[in-house]
Design a protein around this ligand. Structure first.
Ligand code: C5J
Length: 222
């Protein structure tokens, strides 16, 4: 069987129906002065996965498989930002406030951009999302269905927030989901470990877990 070596058992790869989704690898989550740092987090944890995310993206590009990027961001007039989200955590720099990299998590601002090392190339889809999940208030499901995508490999940040939320949304919509363990990170190592355990528990109740190397090997051999 064509597959990817994974936990809790081999992922049943469908070569013509798989895409990579890279969640929110934005400067605002990875750099001092951004949203993640404003909430008191150690952003070096996000920076540490950049080489593995880059390798995974390159693996999909080399295999001529789709790469989709997401960005958590809001409109400049904040019309898609509920007060409950803006005020949560009461950080010194809230979403929409002006920081050293421009307005926090606002579409088009320098800090909201995807990190230069992982920037999308021509032809790759970029989904701007106002929520934690990438299906909420976005055209993602329609885009995937139009392209015949039924399986999703996930990378990005943070494991237990936007990555896990999107995996759960995808799982409920019938996509088979796999998380690349070394291409995702949390500001809290224990939350990453717990999210990974939850995802693959009970016979992959949310999805599968695999290393970047195993994903690349699987898609290049298929
Ligand atoms: C968060 C995200 N953690 N991309 N966003 O606020 O996980």
């Amino acid at each position: 069987m064509t597959g990817i070596n994974a936990e809790p058992f081999a992922f049943p790869l469908k070569r013509n129906a798989i895409a990579l989704i890279v969640i929110d690898m934005q400067r605002d989550f990875a750099e001092v002065g951004g949203f993640g740092a404003s909430l008191g987090n150690d952003v070096t944890r996000v920076q540490s996965i950049v080489p593995d995310v880059k390798r995974l993206i390159q693996g999909f590009r080399d295999a001529e498989l789709p790469v989709i990027h997401t960005m958590e961001c809001h409109r400049p007039n904040l019309s898609d930002l509920p007060p409950a989200k803006r005020n949560r955590g009461n950080p010194p720099l809230k979403i929409g406030d002006r920081g050293p990299m421009g307005r926090i998590l606002i579409a088009g601002e320098p800090g909201t951009a995807i990190m230069a090392e992982l920037a999308p190339i021509d032809g790759e889809t970029v989904i701007e999302k106002p929520g934690k999940g990438a299906f909420y208030a976005t055209p993602l499901d329609d885009i995937l269905k139009e392209r015949g995508i039924a399986q999703l490999v996930f990378a990005g940040v943070t494991t237990e927030v936007c990555v896990q939320t999107t995996m759960r949304e995808a799982n409920d919509r019938g996509y088979e989901c796999l998380l690349a363990r070394d291409a995702t990170e949390s500001y809290f190592p224990e939350f990453k470990a717990a999210a990974i355990a939850m995802i693959q528990a009970q016979g992959a109740i949310v999805g599968w877990i695999a290393s970047v190397d195993d994903v690349i090997q699987g898609i290049s051999n298929a």
